[in-house]
Design a protein around this ligand. Structure first.
Ligand code: PTJ
Length: 247
């Protein structure tokens, strides 16, 4: 049994766990009400994908790990949905690739910023020595009229992001890893490495690949990245969704 009182073997386990975490996130002032809607949209895509990591998404997760290990200043961006769904996993990924975490909210309020920073610190960031930033935002992403924290990184992981921000980051010349269940979203299309998968599976998967690649040379990491084709990965995901090969 687990936090939702269902065995992991239950066919709706992952979906019910996700809903529970998002609801709880709203109750705790971490997730926005729009986050509930975003979750519903994500669930529909995940259902069509068969709630599994398709091979092209696993390749993308490996390429993302290589990109993060090659980065000088990697940053993992966290919003209200990510904080609710994968707090420990995000801290673990940050520790695996030596990244900072930065809280960036679409619907920014100081209360929610503080709640998320505290939540991540309590969920292992302080213990792992992972910096959680965002409260001291000074530089803004140009071209966005809503308030967003600074991004002074060379590689940014943006899970579940809205398209404006992903496009603005791409225009700034950042390398972006986007985790989004919708291969047609502007975020996924703007990404250097789009991972079409649920954050619940993708974040730990990237961390596993990073640990696996920790001894790889720069040349090997660059070769993994060169072999990755973002357009082909998006097409493979769209095919999987449209052909709907459900078990
Ligand atoms: O906490 P805030 O204020 O920063 O707000 C966060 C949300 C997610 C509400 C905000 O960024 C937003 O409105 O996003 P969108 O435009 O609804 O886009 C969310 C994208 O994430 C959609 O393409 C969904 O398919 C996708 N998505 C939803 N749940 C998941 C997901 N992708 C991966 N894993 C999920 N669990």
């Amino acid at each position: 049994m687990s936090e939702i009182d269902l065995p992991e073997s239950h066919p709706r386990y992952q979906s019910l766990l996700t809903r529970h975490r998002i609801e709880d996130g709203v109750d705790r002032g971490i997730t926005s009400r729009q986050g509930l809607i975003a979750e519903g949209r994500g669930e529909a895509f995940d259902y069509l994908l068969g709630e599994r990591t398709i091979p092209s998404a696993d390749d993308a997760a490996r390429a993302a790990a290589a990109l993060l290990l090659l980065a000088d200043r990697p940053v993992l961006s966290v919003n209200g949905n990510v904080a609710a769904l994968v707090p420990e996993e995000t801290v673990d990924l940050a520790a695996a690739v030596d990244a900072d975490i930065e809280v960036n909210l679409f619907n920014r309020t100081d209360e929610r910023m503080r709640a998320i920073v505290t939540h991540l610190r309590e969920r292992g960031a302080d213990e792992a020595g992972v910096a959680v930033r965002g409260l001291d935002a000074d530089a803004r992403i140009p071209g966005l009229d809503h308030e967003r924290a600074k991004v002074d990184a060379d590689v940014v992981v943006v899970p579940l992001e809205d398209g404006d921000r992903a496009e603005a980051l791409a225009a700034m010349g950042k390398s972006e890893v986007v985790i989004d269940l919708n291969p047609l979203s502007r975020s996924a299309q703007a990404a250097t490495v789009p991972i079409v998968d649920n954050v619940l599976r993708a974040v730990p998967n990237v961390a596993d690949h990073a640990r696996d690649l920790s001894g790889a040379s720069q040349t090997e990491l660059e070769a993994i990245l060169r072999a990755f084709d973002a357009d082909a990965a998006l097409e493979a995901a769209e095919d999987a969704i449209r052909s709907g090969e459900l078990d």
